[in-house]
Every structure is written in C-alpha cells, then in structure tokens.
Write a protein that binds this ligand. Sequence first.
Ligand SMILES: Nc1ncnc2c1ncn2[C@@H]1O[C@H](COP(=O)(O)OP(=O)(O)OP(=O)(O)O)[C@@H](O)[C@H]1O
Ligand SMILES: [Mg+2]
Length: 259
Amino acid sequence: MLKLNSVNKTFNKNSLDEYKALDNVNLHLAEGEFVTVIGGNGAGKSTLFNAISGSVLCDSGKIILDGQDITYMPEHKRASFIGRVFQDPMRGTAPNMTVGENLTIAYMRSINRNMMGVPSRKEKDYIRSRLASLNLGLENRMNTKIGLLSGGQRQAVTLVMATLVKPKLLLLDEHTAALDPASAKTVTYLTRKIVAENNITTLMITHNIGSALSMGTRTIMMDSGTLVMDLKGEERKKASVEALLKLMTKYSSNTYRYE
Ligand SMILES: Nc1ncnc2c1ncn2[C@@H]1O[C@H](COP(=O)(O)OP(=O)(O)OP(=O)(O)O)[C@@H](O)[C@H]1O
Ligand SMILES: [Mg+2]
C-alpha cells in the first residue's frame, strides 16, 4: 500500500548546517497495517511524515501510495487522500471557524469538491453522525468556534476531519502528546476505534513506548534518519518497554556523543 524506496533528504545542503534527516529510508506498509513509530528527538520521524505528505520534498528515492508515485506530487493534492493529525491541537484547523465549518471543509477537500461548496442534507447528516460517534457530545457544538474547544476535544474533531472520507493513509504525529492524561486516554481510545472500524493504513509517532507496543501490529524505530528497528509478530509480543527504552537510549547517546 505504502512503499518508500531509498528515500533521502538533506537540509541546508552545502552549508555548515547541512543535515541528513532521512538516510536511505526503505519502508513498506501493507493495506490496513497500523505501524507505530518511535525514536529520540531529531531522529527524523516528522521529516518522514513531511516527505510522505509532501510538505518536504525528498532529494532522491521513491514514495508510492496505492500504486501511485507521489514522490513529487504537491502537498495540497496529497491532502485529499492522506489524513494527518499533529501534536498541536490548533494545527490543521481554522480556529475562527466553527466545528461544523471545519468539518465541512475537510469533507469537501477529501472528495475533491470546491471547499467553499455546500454539502447535501445527507452529507451533513453523515458528518454529524461521525461527530456523534465520538460520544463526546460534540455534535451539539457544531456552531462553536473550534478554537474554543479544549485541546482534547479539538484533537478528537481533527481525527474525525482526517478520516471523514477514508484516507489512503493516516499520519498521526504525537497527536496526544499535548493533552492531559485523561484527554490523551480518550483520544487514544478513539484512534484505536476509528482506525480499526475503517481499517485505515496508519503510521503513528509516539514517545510513549507503552502505547507504541500496545497499539497497532508493528513498531519501527528511527535514529539519525534511518530505520534502526522493525518489530512485528512474536518478537513484538515479547518486547518490553524497558528493552526498547534501553535501545533508544543507546542510539541517542551515540548521536549526542561529542568527539
Ligand atoms: N525544514 C527543516 N529545515 C532544516 N532542518 C530541519 C527541517 N526539518 C527538520 N530538520 C532537522 O531534521 C532533523 C530531524 O527532525 P524531525 O523533526 O524529523 O525529528 P523528530 O524525530 O520528529 O523529533 P521530535 O521527536 O523532536 O519531534 C532535526 O535535526 C531537525 O532539526
Ligand atoms: Mg517530530
């Protein structure tokens, strides 16, 4: 479903700040696979997502999604079939627009219709029903400006926005990291539910190793722009949080060693 072949990205080429953020990344995801992504700060996780979603263009390599070469496709075109939720609950929404308006725009974008267009009665009912399925009562807040919702409520709405029309790929970049523990738990629960119910191919970055091992069926680790671990099946079932933390610390200490 998703294939990254030898993807490379260097920032600030030919300057003192030159930095290879993605170093020959090869990654294949099967349809419906839910993969968690871990790795220390600066490992290249978000850059990987940026390359897939098109906000960063890679220098070489290929990115194929659902048989289509999207390596150099503009970001706005990919946005119609790649859903993305960020750490910052304000990102990806228009804070001064209402919950209903934000959802409508997301829906129109996903079906490639004029974003300022008006959905039909049936479509409006569908959007409301998706919001109601969160069980947070947000279907009664359709006319509230989204910026006035709590961080957890906004992340829940953003999750619905990203999946109103089943995306070919869902990218979750530490989307619960800025939330209080109770809200993080709710959004984690909703993530599991939405991904499972719709069988969405998903990549989820998290610094919570426990979540990384308990969600999805495969966990990859990045360090210095490369994939350093790919854990699935029995091996993953046996893996402990402590062992992965130890591995991550080992890589980070290598990265930050000054010689
Ligand atoms: N647009 C950019 N221009 C220059 N350097 C960048 C850019 N984006 C990322 N980098 C650099 O690439 C490296 C990887 O960054 P990235 O954001 O992918 O890390 P990450 O694994 O997501 O880390 P974190 O866990 O802190 O979010 C870092 O050294 C970062 O400074
Ligand atoms: Mg990041």
